[in-house]
Design a protein around this ligand. Structure first.
Ligand code: SF4
Length: 573
């Protein structure tokens, strides 16, 4: 089935931050940990928080202990004081956009201005803002209230962040006409509006729209209404289990969007489940290609192929003989297959969130893949032995390190528990097995190795970081401090951009300093990587299968460029 995912869907910035703070608190904050009211309107996410030991605090007790997370809506200053007085440590998850409204209310109220807030009576965000406005706060929830309002003196008009922008502007104009001189602060958050605009756009290019989100979530319900208003079938689901697969078969293409409180991992599961359904009129070749890619992805064969292509390119660049090159290719493919498979089997917890379909597949066939990966590792070691003693010892050391990666050795901590270890170890393993081990049988000319090894390290670092971007939520849920979790999505994308830009500069500059012209081949995967980042920002690569397939193509691009340049550089006879 052809699936199109809305460019803007799922967690908004404020909800994502509150969720991240809660997950971090589960691992680090003073227990017991509470959220003050339900953090978001999504049963699966709330269930997850409960499973992490985070409970919901409904009222403020006289005495309490532990940590309380304030949700994105914020709270009035009185409640904040009461929580602190009760003895709780507070983690403030108030969305920065809501904080801005609270601060405007506080500032103008302290100047004696009346603060008119256009918002929904009883909404937690409104209660919080009104708390900051104090006695000078006036809430307007309906047109009748607006018409009955009497104002004197200076005043400002504020909006609850989730109000409809047009309605707010119209109401503010009506007030200004009756009571000139008021100051308007349009504090409506564009997040909801952008989602709604996006679902209208999506409806134009698909047969039906699946809206993912909690049944209690107002913004999710509104997205489904907008899809239905545009004449398309709108199917609202909380999880992939709610999908009616028979009904989906009657559509040729399906769009997917999600409310602001829907976690990414649920959107991913829904998308994967829909992709498996044969769409109306879908050509057989398309189905077969999808199945082939999914098989290669779930069995780690795609990764092994990518590793083989990298080793082949390195062989060409380092001037290995054809026999040495093919040995290096087989060794790298087998080693990377073995290590990635073993670690994925051992790392089931985060896999269940990051890539649930592959995790389920590996659990189902665990024994087969454990046996296959062990056999692959032995085969890789025996090929390394054929290359020489030093390559064998180098690969053996790398294998022991790889096997120890998920095993708790020091103070109940495994290597994978050390911050950023996933990115660093993965790229080191790729670099060592594709460059150091094949080169180590001669140990000749370290500069020859460095000319290839350093660009490969940059490229594999960028690859690992790109792969991690989609795993942020799963890794955070299981408490793993990957580079993506530490730096955040934006920070990581900046780092990948810098790595790829550096790689491109090295590739272009190296031949100017009498290095072989073939090294310029690294500019091609650098450009491909930058294109992937651009696609990711445009929400085109938000599913694991698509992301992994495209990222591993870095090495096909490198091989094609290396091969082409080596043909051009070959002296004509
Ligand atoms: S909808 Fe806007 S204001 Fe509300 S939490 Fe999300 S980003 Fe913040």
């Amino acid at each position: 089935m052809k699936v199109r995912v809305a460019q803007i869907c799922g967690f908004c910035m404020g909800v994502r931050r509150a969720m991240d703070l809660a997950l971090d608190a589960a691992a680090k904050a003073r227990p017991p940990v509470f959220t003050f009211g339900p953090l978001i309107h999504n049963p699966s996410a709330l269930e997850l928080l409960r499973s992490k030991g985070i409970e919901v605090l409904d009222h403020i007790p006289e005495k309490g202990e532990g940590t309380v997370i304030i949700r994105a809506h914020g709270i009035p200053p009185g409640e904040r004081e009461a929580l602190e007085k009760a003895g709780f440590q507070l983690i403030d998850g108030t969305c920065t956009r809501v904080v801005k409204v609270q601060m405007l209310a506080k500032h103008y109220s302290s100047l004696g201005h009346t603060c008119v807030l256009i918002g929904d009576r009883g909404h937690p965000e409104v209660k919080g803002i009104m708390g900051y406005a104090g006695e000078n706060g006036v809430l307007v929830s309906s047109l009748e209230e607006l018409k009955g309002l009497r104002l004197s003196g200076q005043y400002i008009i504020l909006a609850q962040t989730t109000r409809d922008r047009e309605e707010f502007e119209e109401w503010a104009r009506m007030l200004l006409d009756r009571f000139p001189g008021g100051q308007v602060f349009n504090t409506v958050c564009d997040s909801t509006r952008k989602r709604q605009r996006e679902v209208r756009r999506l409806c134009r290019s698909v047969d039906a729209v699946v809206v993912v989100g909690g049944r209690q979530s107002a913004n999710t319900r509104r997205l489904a209404e907008i899809a239905a208003e545009s004449g398309k079938t709108a199917l609202a689901v909380e999880t992939e289990e709610d999908l009616d697969l028979d009904e989906l078969r009657s559509f040729g293409s399906v769009g997917v969007t999600a409310g602001a409180s829907t976690p990414n991992w649920i959107i991913n599961r829904v998308v994967s489940a829909i992709e498996q359904v044969p769409g109306r009129g879908e050509p057989l070749a398309g189905r077969l290609l999808y199945r082939l890619l999914r098989f290669l992805h779930e069995t780690t064969a795609w990764t092994a192929l990518a590793g083989g292509l990298l080793a082949l390119s390195c062989g060409l660049l380092m001037g290995l003989t054809p026999q040495e090159s093919w040995r290096a290719v087989a060794m790298a493919s087998l080693y990377l297959f073995a290590m990635h498979t073993m670690n994925r089997i051992m790392d089931r917890e985060s896999g269940a969130y990051n890539d649930p379909m592959r995790a389920r597949f590996l659990v189902r066939h665990r024994k087969v893949f454990q046996t296959l990966s062990l056999a692959a590792l032995f085969a890789a070691l025996s090929i390394a032995l054929q290359l020489g003693t030093v390559p064998f010892l180098a690969l053996l050391a790398l294998s022991l390190l790889g096997l120890a990666y998920s095993i708790r050795i020091v103070k109940q901590r495994a290597l994978k528990d050390f911050p950023a270890s996933k990115t660093i170890f993965t790229s080191l393993a790729w670099t060592v097995v594709t460059t150091v081990v094949p080169w180590s049988h001669t140990l000749e000319s370290p500069s020859k190795w460095a000319m290839v090894g350093i660009p490969v390290l940059l490229l594999t670092l960028a690859r690992s970081a790109l792969m991690e971007i989609l795993d942020i939520h799963g890794d955070r849920i299981v408490g793993r401090e990957t580079l993506a979790v530490i730096m955040g999505e934006e920070g990581l994308m900046t780092l990948v951009t810098a790595l790829l830009a550096l790689l491109a500069v090295v590739a272009v500059a190296a031949p100017l300093f009498s290095a072989p012209v073939t090294l310029a081949a690294f500019a091609a995967p650098a450009a491909w990587g930058l294109f992937l980042l651009w696609s990711f920002r445009r929400q085109r690569l938000r599913q694991n299968l698509r992301m992994e397939c495209m990222v591993e193509l870095l090495f096909l691009v490198l091989f094609a460029a290396t091969w082409a340049l080596s043909l051009l550089a070959r002296p004509s006879i």
